[in-house]
Design a protein around this ligand. Sequence first.
Ligand code: CLR
Length: 368
Amino acid sequence: MTFLRSLATSKGDLSSITAPPFILSGTSLVEYSKFWAELPDLFVAPTMILDKEERAIAVVRWFIATLKGQYTSRNEALGSEKKPLNPFLGELFLGKWETELEGTTILVSEQVSHHPPVTAYAIYNDAYGIELQGYNGQKASLATTMLNVRQVGHAVLYIKKFDEYYYITLPTLHIEGLFYGAPYVELEQKTLIQSSSGYCASIEYSGKGYFSGKKNTFKAKLYAPDQSSLLYTISGQWSGKSTIVNEKKKSESFFYDATEHKVVPLIVKPLEQQAEYESQRAWEKVAAAVQVMDYDTIHLEKSKIENQQRELRKKEKEEGVKWQRRYFELIEDEGPLKEVAELAGIEPDEKVWRFTREAFEHSPDSKL
Ligand code: CLR
């Protein structure tokens, strides 16, 4: 009951929720950016496809494939959705994937705002010339039996070889199972993936009972440039199987099976080699206390970090300086992306967080 009450008074700020110990996780939200590329083969696949239309389909496939990790992995590994640790300003999560065929894929994730919480990230593979960057925050509201979470921000996929962008909006989600102390995520509304080539995919989500009797369902429509015609309809479960229908030929074929794909674990430096502002190192003691559900230690160690942060902010105020983001900057979006967003009727954010790759590469943090 205390938990549900705290949800009701959280005023849209998820970080202010006091969750019961069994729902706490020792993982910081800054780590969640990794879910975008745990399947490096699908991430780089679009770079090898010369046909624009086929390429757009490969982008949708990669995107659909990321959802299982993003939204069901805590459930699968820990039995329910968990409340992640609330990252501090400047917190970093760095890592890489090393795979035989794709080579190195790098992840840089940074907490760029604390109030409201915003995480920015960049993921890139130079061998294939592909880069994803984006940022996101959450706005929550409590309904009778559910917690509704709207995502703020977007992601941008860039393919160098074709100088092509994909502007990706983030789905709204809700959390069910709160009363039973076994929360889980279901997606709703939609994602738009608008390409600078003109192709646009609209992916609609639903839980049990709307499109079918199954959970985690979606229906994606891929449109030709200028929305002139519907080319493909993809449907099924994003955590399971899906099929694709070619609308001209009226032929159906296999699209994706999430149960068959194994995620490639991200390689993160051992704690002793990490900087003190790197996520797993900074939260080490809290994470250990969460493991053994030692509530007092969780509280004590969390408070240490929070107080340290408060001190830092106080000092900045006194010195009249602002916190310098490490590898991202907030800029006005005047580049080609604004037009891409407008193609799909998306109102682009006035200011956007963008990766400053040079800054990262000139720093010791880039030695992964
Ligand atoms: C963060 C960005 C990722 C996708 C993603 C997946 C799960 C979301 C998470 C985001 C934000 C925080 C979140 C979480 C599910 C539960 C958790 C909404 C959007 C909240 C804070 C937990 C509330 C406490 C309980 C009711 C579990 O790309």
